[in-house]
Design a protein around this ligand. Structure first.
Ligand code: PMP
Length: 414
């Protein structure tokens, strides 16, 4: 379907927008048009209220106390885990480890799953379009162990080549770590197909789902991945919250990542017995209020339904891509057939930071720069891009405002 003939997004999108207080303000004298949700999304009133109620009525430390507030805090924190397990269809709540974000989740897997057994000659495979958080932990791991980091290429559209990946996945590969959706290009990767190939060769797969979970229905059992990582602040929850889904048999066999409170059963100077899953990986007092908020964010998403959100954003992305492609001197970066929520671009020879600043003067918030994906920028031979990213609360009016602001920017520089 082309952007022009695309159906108008359902009227619901403007209802959804109404739930987000931050969207109802003026920036530089213009109504805010927020197109930077790939960096961090706004929070609905339900999330803000859940955190506030928790802070006002239920805050105490979790798991340890016998008093009522500690019980309430534990109940609120643990029910967020149940909700998230249900949301991504984990087979057991013990497979849901709370972390501080995608970066933390990936580092946990690198250090706890891979490091103890990795040796020179072994390989970790990633793709060329990864976020730095799915590159640098593997580089560090390879420096620590003498293993080799191998990078699967991308094409001009920003898609990976499944046949190249098939060739790369040999017996030397100890883990394949791949984005589900690219943050810089919006590409949706053929992860199910790739996991199927990896499985036949016994290679575990980690998916970086930071840009997928807010936009697509995710079912970890259907995907059959071994690890799945994502961040609360990109899915309408608070910052400092994240999730590592791990297959229970793998998590069981992994040593703890960090030592401290909550991850132990018993400590003596002779030795320590570790706690059960998932607490073995949750050392120290967690971000309790944050996870209460994340639980509320997931409830919000479940009430709308991920299928509806996905359909709305698909239509809106088609519309945005079509409208952007008609702007004079624009170069779209990231043109894969299967995409979600993101469009990167260059406008004439204007530096992306200048585009972003001019847009901000008109109330339009986009991201500019390398988007923590410098190898992608190097591949396209550019210093960075301007990136508009959508979430469930965006509408065609937002896209129209973006396009008008870009016309104004083009005029200023021509
Ligand atoms: N992976 C991807 C694809 C991302 O988009 C991001 C955030 N931009 C990250 C990882 C890192 O997420 P966080 O900073 O929340 O740990």
């Amino acid at each position: 379907m082309t952007g022009r003939s695309a159906k108008k997004p359902t009227a619901d999108a403007s209802d959804w927008r109404g739930s987000f207080p931050a969207l109802h303000q003026e920036i530089n004298g213009h109504p805010l048009v927020y197109l930077d949700s790939a960096a961090s999304s706004q929070q609905p009133a339900a999330v803000i209220a859940a955190v506030q109620t928790y802070q006002e009525c239920s805050h105490a430390n979790v798991h340890r106390g016998v008093h009522t507030l500690s019980h309430r805090a534990t109940e609120a924190y643990e029910s967020a885990r149940d909700r998230i397990a249900d949301f991504i269809n984990a087979s057991n709540r013990t497979e849901i480890v709370f972390t501080s974000g995608t970066t933390d989740s990936i580092n946990l897997v690198a250090q706890s799953f891979c490091r103890p057994t990795l040796k020179p000659g072994d390989r970790i495979v990633i793709s060329h379009l990864e976020h730095h958080s799915n590159i640098v932990p593997w580089q560090m791991l390879c420096e620590q162990t003498g293993a080799e980091l191998v990078v699967a290429s991308i094409d001009e559209s920003g898609q990976v080549d499944v046949s190249e990946i098939t060739d790369l996945l040999d017996e030397r590969v100890k883990l394949f770590a791949l984005a589900h959706v690219s943050n810089a290009l919006g590409t949706v990767l053929p992860v199910k197909e790739i996991i199927g190939i990896a499985k036949t060769r016994g290679i575990p797969v980690l998916l970086d789902g930071a840009q997928a979970v807010p936009h697509l229905p995710v079912d970890v059992q259907d995907l059959d991945c071994d690890f799945y990582t994502f961040s609360g602040h990109k899915m309408f929850g608070p910052t400092g919250t994240g999730v590592l889904f791990g297959r229970e048999s793998l998590l069981e066999a992994m040593p703890p990542y960090q030592g401290g409170g909550d991850m132990i059963l018993e400590v003596s100077f002779e030795g320590t017995t570790y706690n059960d899953l998932p607490y073995k990986f949750e050392a120290g007092t967690p971000n309790i209020a944050g996870f209460v908020g994340l639980g509320a964010a997931v409830k919000y998403l479940q009430c709308i339904g991920m299928q509806r959100i996905c359909q709305h954003e698909k239509e809106l992305l088609e519309y945005m891509t079509m409208q952007l492609s008609e702007i004079q001197d624009i170069r779209l970066i990231g043109t894969a057939a299967n995409k979600a929520s993101v469009q990167s671009f260059m406008l004439a020879d204007i530096h992306p930071h200048d585009v972003g600043t001019i847009l901000d003067h008109q109330g339009v918030a986009i991201r500019t720069g390398h988007h923590c994906a410098m190898p992608v920028m190097e591949y396209f031979g550019i210093p960075g891009t301007a990136r508009a990213s959508l979430a469930l609360y965006n509408t065609r009016d937002d896209v129209d405002a973006l396009v008008a602001a870009l016309h104004a920017a083009h005029k200023i520089f021509s």
